[in-house]
Design a protein around this ligand. Sequence first.
Ligand code: PLP
Length: 225
Amino acid sequence: MSVNLPAYNKVMAELAPHKASLVAVSKVKPASDIQALYDAGQRIFGENYVQELQEKHPILPADIEWHFIGHLQSNKVKYIAPFVSMIHAVDSLRLLEEIDKQAAKHHRIIRCLLQVHIAEEETKFGLDESELREVLTQWKAQADKFQHIRIAGFMGMATNTENMEQVRAEFRRLKALQTQLKATFAPGDEQLTELSIGMSGDYTIALEEGSTMVRIGSMLFGARS
Ligand SMILES: *Cc1c(COP(=O)(O)O)cnc(C)c1O
Protein backbone atom coordinates (compact mmCIF):
# COMPACT_ATOMS: atom_id res chain seq x y z
CA MET A 1 0.00 0.00 0.00
CA SER A 2 1.43 3.36 -0.91
CA VAL A 3 -1.02 5.73 0.67
CA ASN A 4 0.34 8.30 3.10
CA LEU A 5 -2.21 8.22 5.92
CA PRO A 6 -0.38 10.71 8.16
CA ALA A 7 -0.45 13.18 5.25
CA TYR A 8 -4.16 12.48 4.76
CA ASN A 9 -4.91 13.17 8.41
CA LYS A 10 -2.83 16.35 8.30
CA VAL A 11 -4.67 17.67 5.22
CA MET A 12 -8.08 16.85 6.70
CA ALA A 13 -7.18 18.76 9.87
CA GLU A 14 -6.04 21.75 7.79
CA LEU A 15 -9.22 21.76 5.70
CA ALA A 16 -11.61 21.63 8.64
CA PRO A 17 -11.42 25.27 9.80
CA HIS A 18 -11.98 26.39 6.18
CA LYS A 19 -14.90 23.95 5.69
CA ALA A 20 -13.20 22.98 2.44
CA SER A 21 -13.43 19.53 0.91
CA LEU A 22 -10.74 17.22 -0.38
CA VAL A 23 -10.69 15.74 -3.85
CA ALA A 24 -8.13 12.92 -3.63
CA VAL A 25 -6.51 12.86 -7.06
CA SER A 26 -5.91 9.20 -7.90
CA LYS A 27 -4.96 9.36 -11.60
CA VAL A 28 -2.55 6.59 -12.68
CA LYS A 29 -2.73 5.05 -9.20
CA PRO A 30 -4.11 1.53 -8.69
CA ALA A 31 -7.59 0.81 -7.36
CA SER A 32 -5.99 -0.70 -4.24
CA ASP A 33 -4.62 2.74 -3.28
CA ILE A 34 -8.08 4.28 -3.70
CA GLN A 35 -9.58 1.51 -1.58
CA ALA A 36 -6.98 2.15 1.15
CA LEU A 37 -7.86 5.84 1.34
CA TYR A 38 -11.56 4.99 1.16
CA ASP A 39 -11.07 2.71 4.16
CA ALA A 40 -9.55 5.68 5.99
CA GLY A 41 -12.77 7.62 5.35
CA GLN A 42 -12.21 9.47 2.06
CA ARG A 43 -15.17 9.51 -0.34
CA ILE A 44 -14.33 12.07 -3.09
CA PHE A 45 -11.81 10.97 -5.70
CA GLY A 46 -10.63 12.86 -8.77
CA GLU A 47 -9.54 11.31 -12.07
CA ASN A 48 -8.15 12.86 -15.24
CA TYR A 49 -8.63 10.22 -17.91
CA VAL A 50 -11.99 8.91 -19.14
CA GLN A 51 -10.88 5.36 -19.86
CA GLU A 52 -9.13 5.01 -16.53
CA LEU A 53 -12.17 6.30 -14.67
CA GLN A 54 -14.42 3.91 -16.60
CA GLU A 55 -12.22 1.02 -15.51
CA LYS A 56 -11.97 2.00 -11.85
CA HIS A 57 -15.58 3.02 -11.22
CA PRO A 58 -17.20 -0.47 -11.36
CA ILE A 59 -14.59 -2.18 -9.16
CA LEU A 60 -14.65 0.33 -6.29
CA PRO A 61 -17.33 1.13 -3.67
CA ALA A 62 -20.55 2.54 -5.11
CA ASP A 63 -20.70 5.46 -2.69
CA ILE A 64 -17.51 7.04 -3.99
CA GLU A 65 -18.18 10.51 -5.38
CA TRP A 66 -16.18 10.66 -8.63
CA HIS A 67 -14.95 14.02 -9.84
CA PHE A 68 -13.57 14.34 -13.35
CA ILE A 69 -10.80 16.94 -13.16
CA GLY A 70 -8.99 16.56 -16.50
CA HIS A 71 -9.56 18.11 -19.88
CA LEU A 72 -12.76 16.56 -21.22
CA GLN A 73 -13.64 16.15 -24.89
CA SER A 74 -17.32 16.47 -25.77
CA ASN A 75 -17.43 13.10 -27.47
CA LYS A 76 -16.35 11.35 -24.25
CA VAL A 77 -18.92 12.85 -21.88
CA LYS A 78 -21.30 9.96 -22.55
CA TYR A 79 -18.94 7.45 -20.92
CA ILE A 80 -18.85 9.16 -17.53
CA ALA A 81 -22.30 10.82 -17.44
CA PRO A 82 -24.00 7.78 -15.87
CA PHE A 83 -22.08 8.13 -12.62
CA VAL A 84 -19.78 11.15 -12.36
CA SER A 85 -20.83 13.69 -9.74
CA MET A 86 -18.75 16.70 -10.69
CA ILE A 87 -16.80 17.86 -13.75
CA HIS A 88 -14.13 20.42 -12.84
CA ALA A 89 -12.66 21.62 -16.10
CA VAL A 90 -15.53 22.79 -18.29
CA ASP A 91 -14.14 25.30 -20.75
CA SER A 92 -16.86 25.87 -23.36
CA LEU A 93 -20.60 26.31 -23.77
CA ARG A 94 -20.56 23.38 -26.16
CA LEU A 95 -19.16 21.08 -23.48
CA LEU A 96 -21.75 22.33 -21.00
CA GLU A 97 -24.49 21.53 -23.53
CA GLU A 98 -23.16 18.03 -24.07
CA ILE A 99 -22.94 17.37 -20.32
CA ASP A 100 -26.54 18.54 -19.93
CA LYS A 101 -27.70 16.32 -22.77
CA GLN A 102 -25.95 13.21 -21.45
CA ALA A 103 -27.04 13.87 -17.85
CA ALA A 104 -30.64 14.16 -19.06
CA LYS A 105 -30.44 10.70 -20.64
CA HIS A 106 -29.66 9.28 -17.22
CA HIS A 107 -32.11 11.54 -15.35
CA ARG A 108 -29.22 13.02 -13.44
CA ILE A 109 -27.90 16.43 -12.50
CA ILE A 110 -24.15 16.85 -12.91
CA ARG A 111 -22.40 19.64 -11.05
CA CYS A 112 -19.87 21.51 -13.18
CA LEU A 113 -17.07 23.99 -12.57
CA LEU A 114 -15.90 26.42 -15.21
CA GLN A 115 -12.14 26.27 -15.64
CA VAL A 116 -10.58 29.71 -15.49
CA HIS A 117 -7.21 30.50 -16.99
CA ILE A 118 -5.27 32.14 -14.16
CA ALA A 119 -1.70 31.01 -14.85
CA GLU A 120 0.72 32.92 -17.00
CA GLU A 121 1.62 29.79 -19.02
CA GLU A 122 0.00 29.67 -22.45
CA THR A 123 -0.46 25.91 -22.31
CA LYS A 124 -2.97 25.72 -19.48
CA PHE A 125 -6.59 25.27 -20.49
CA GLY A 126 -9.36 27.53 -19.31
CA LEU A 127 -11.51 30.56 -20.02
CA ASP A 128 -10.49 34.16 -19.61
CA GLU A 129 -12.78 36.71 -17.99
CA SER A 130 -14.62 37.78 -21.14
CA GLU A 131 -15.13 34.17 -22.22
CA LEU A 132 -16.48 33.36 -18.76
CA ARG A 133 -18.96 36.20 -18.95
CA GLU A 134 -20.05 35.02 -22.38
CA VAL A 135 -20.63 31.42 -21.22
CA LEU A 136 -22.51 32.57 -18.12
CA THR A 137 -24.63 34.99 -20.14
CA GLN A 138 -25.67 32.20 -22.52
CA TRP A 139 -26.33 29.84 -19.61
CA LYS A 140 -28.59 32.43 -17.92
CA ALA A 141 -30.38 33.27 -21.17
CA GLN A 142 -31.14 29.61 -21.83
CA ALA A 143 -31.82 28.49 -18.29
CA ASP A 144 -34.69 26.22 -19.34
CA LYS A 145 -32.28 24.33 -21.57
CA PHE A 146 -29.80 23.57 -18.80
CA GLN A 147 -31.96 21.54 -16.42
CA HIS A 148 -29.45 18.76 -15.89
CA ILE A 149 -26.37 20.69 -14.88
CA ARG A 150 -25.52 23.09 -12.10
CA ILE A 151 -22.62 25.49 -12.41
CA ALA A 152 -21.32 24.97 -8.90
CA GLY A 153 -18.38 27.34 -9.29
CA PHE A 154 -14.92 27.70 -10.75
CA MET A 155 -11.66 25.78 -11.01
CA GLY A 156 -8.19 27.12 -11.59
CA MET A 157 -4.55 26.06 -11.70
CA ALA A 158 -1.85 28.49 -10.70
CA THR A 159 1.42 28.88 -12.56
CA ASN A 160 3.87 26.08 -11.83
CA THR A 161 6.47 28.21 -10.06
CA GLU A 162 8.43 28.43 -6.83
CA ASN A 163 7.22 32.00 -6.50
CA MET A 164 4.44 31.61 -3.96
CA GLU A 165 3.55 35.29 -4.06
CA GLN A 166 2.68 34.88 -7.72
CA VAL A 167 0.61 31.79 -6.94
CA ARG A 168 -1.18 33.70 -4.19
CA ALA A 169 -1.91 36.63 -6.51
CA GLU A 170 -3.37 34.29 -9.13
CA PHE A 171 -5.64 32.60 -6.58
CA ARG A 172 -6.68 35.96 -5.17
CA ARG A 173 -7.64 37.22 -8.62
CA LEU A 174 -9.80 34.15 -9.19
CA LYS A 175 -11.52 34.60 -5.81
CA ALA A 176 -12.31 38.23 -6.66
CA LEU A 177 -13.67 37.18 -10.05
CA GLN A 178 -15.83 34.46 -8.46
CA THR A 179 -17.32 37.00 -6.04
CA GLN A 180 -18.17 39.35 -8.92
CA LEU A 181 -19.60 36.68 -11.22
CA LYS A 182 -21.65 35.17 -8.41
CA ALA A 183 -23.21 38.58 -7.67
CA THR A 184 -23.97 39.14 -11.35
CA PHE A 185 -25.13 35.73 -12.53
CA ALA A 186 -26.32 33.71 -9.53
CA PRO A 187 -27.19 35.93 -6.57
CA GLY A 188 -29.27 34.20 -3.95
CA ASP A 189 -28.87 30.63 -5.08
CA GLU A 190 -26.38 27.89 -4.42
CA GLN A 191 -24.55 28.10 -7.73
CA LEU A 192 -21.17 29.75 -8.49
CA THR A 193 -20.09 29.25 -4.88
CA GLU A 194 -17.33 26.63 -5.18
CA LEU A 195 -13.71 27.47 -5.79
CA SER A 196 -11.59 24.46 -6.74
CA ILE A 197 -8.04 25.69 -6.23
CA GLY A 198 -4.99 24.17 -4.55
CA MET A 199 -2.87 21.09 -5.24
CA SER A 200 -0.14 19.33 -3.22
CA GLY A 201 2.34 22.19 -3.60
CA ASP A 202 0.04 25.17 -3.05
CA TYR A 203 -3.09 24.09 -1.17
CA THR A 204 -2.26 25.95 2.05
CA ILE A 205 -2.10 29.21 0.07
CA ALA A 206 -5.28 28.29 -1.79
CA LEU A 207 -7.11 27.77 1.51
CA GLU A 208 -5.98 31.18 2.75
CA GLU A 209 -7.30 32.70 -0.49
CA GLY A 210 -10.76 31.14 -0.34
CA SER A 211 -10.55 27.61 -1.72
CA THR A 212 -13.60 25.46 -0.99
CA MET A 213 -12.18 22.38 -2.65
CA VAL A 214 -8.56 21.27 -2.94
CA ARG A 215 -7.35 18.67 -5.44
CA ILE A 216 -4.45 16.73 -3.93
CA GLY A 217 -2.66 13.79 -5.50
CA SER A 218 1.04 13.22 -4.96
CA MET A 219 1.03 14.25 -1.32
CA LEU A 220 -1.43 11.40 -0.58
CA PHE A 221 -0.47 8.75 -3.12
CA GLY A 222 3.20 9.51 -3.78
CA ALA A 223 4.84 10.85 -6.90
CA ARG A 224 3.45 9.73 -10.25
CA SER A 225 5.89 7.99 -12.58
C1 PLP B 1 -2.85 15.86 -11.15
C2 PLP B 1 -3.74 16.99 -10.82
C3 PLP B 1 -3.86 17.45 -9.50
C4 PLP B 1 -3.06 16.91 -8.33
O1 PLP B 1 -1.74 17.35 -8.39
P1 PLP B 1 -0.70 17.02 -7.20
O2 PLP B 1 0.36 18.02 -7.42
O3 PLP B 1 -0.27 15.62 -7.41
O4 PLP B 1 -1.40 17.22 -5.92
C5 PLP B 1 -4.76 18.48 -9.26
N1 PLP B 1 -5.50 19.03 -10.25
C6 PLP B 1 -5.40 18.61 -11.52
C7 PLP B 1 -6.23 19.26 -12.56
C8 PLP B 1 -4.51 17.59 -11.85
O5 PLP B 1 -4.42 17.20 -13.13
